[in-house]
Design a protein around this ligand. Structure first.
Ligand code: ATP
Length: 294
């Protein structure tokens, strides 16, 4: 059966130019390595031994003055939880991700990790706890192994191969001439979209990140790849916290908690069952997709 896509992307056909910095970061980062906005004040190292409870506390952010992209967003990502963020185009979903990734900082309110203001941490230390899976991960010129090692140049061949196996990428890699030493270009020449995604997933496994931020792909992959990517994502989410900018009904249904965002505000929050019963925005959205089922 064809996967249902939440009618999000298509609502706004307007083009919104991202800030140069964010665009540049997205190009650079994949999962990830960046020299982006460093902070003025010296920061303390992030101690990765806490539970990793991430909290947005009344966060405001505007790219342009007078037009808030986030307008007092408050929510918690409990350790190990899978949170799905849904809402129409322009609602503020990417802004939430950009804040978590430290590309931008709250203008009002704050982000805390285990009760500590994120602004106090060294951003690079913080980012080492994260894996970011954009919709269209990019590869860089190098071998497959280099691409999986991104950000962790010292990882051993065994570790790279183990990560590839967990990402369900090992099989296709081993069939390439030169396997892990196969050269790939920026566009991952010769690789399918699903294969590139699995390489990005292998990066995330290798990093052993504690919080995964996923912008779910809207473009369909071939069905075989799709199933493998999904399997790898499920495995990645196990024992980790995950925030998914969700575009598929199946992802949303499976989430521990769904946050419905509109015009920069979290307007509903709960599980699929609870939100459907509540009969609000979420229920209407689901009804549009599945008139018979709810
Ligand atoms: P989509 O599903 O279309 O990606 P979204 O929910 O991720 O949308 P955001 O990208 O977070 O929404 O955008 C929230 C608001 O901020 C929108 O009004 C958008 O036009 C605006 N915005 C986003 N990025 C920028 C930017 N770089 N410069 C100016 N305005 C921006």
């Amino acid at each position: 059966a064809p996967e249902f896509y939440l009618p999000l992307r298509n609502l706004g056909t307007h083009y919104h130019g991202r800030m140069e910095a964010i665009a540049a970061a997205e190009r650079l980062v994949g999962v990830f390595e960046t020299e982006l906005p460093s902070r003025a004040e010296p920061a303390t190292g992030f101690a990765p031994d806490g539970a990793m409870r991430v909290r947005f506390e009344g966060v405001h952010f505007s790219y342009e003055s007078g037009r808030p992209a986030l307008d007092g967003a408050s929510f918690v990502i409990e350790p190990g939880q899978r949170i799905a963020l849904v809402g129409p185009s322009g609602a503020g979903k990417s802004t939430v991700a950009n804040l978590l990734l430290g590309f931008i900082e709250p203008e009002k309110g704050r982000l805390t990790v285990d009760g500590q203001d994120l602004a106090a941490f060294d951003i690079e230390d913080w980012r080492r706890q994260l894996a970011w899976l954009p919709q269209q991960p990019r590869l860089f010129q190098g071998t497959i192994a280099d691409n999986i090692r991104l950000g962790l140049p010292d990882a051993t061949d065994e570790a790279v191969q183990r990560a590839a196996r967990r990402a369900h990428a090992a099989e296709f890699i081993e069939q390439l001439p030169r396997a892990y030493d196969a050269p790939v270009g920026e566009r991952g020449v010769g690789l399918s979209g699903g294969q590139i995604q699995r390489i990005a997933l292998a990066r995330a496994f290798l990093r052993d990140a504690r919080l995964v931020i996923l912008d779910e792909a809207t473009a369909s992959l071939d069905p075989a790849s799709e199933a493998l990517v999904q399997k790898a994502l499920d495995e990645l989410a196990r024992d980790r916290s995950m925030l998914v900018i969700a575009h598929r009904l199946s992802t949303v249904r499976d989430a521990d908690r769904i946050l419905v965002i509109e015009q920069g505000r979290i307007i509903e929050s709960g599980t699929h069952e609870v939100l459907v019963q509540q009969g609000g925005h979420y229920q209407r959205m689901v009804k549009l997709l599945e008139p018979a089922a709810s």
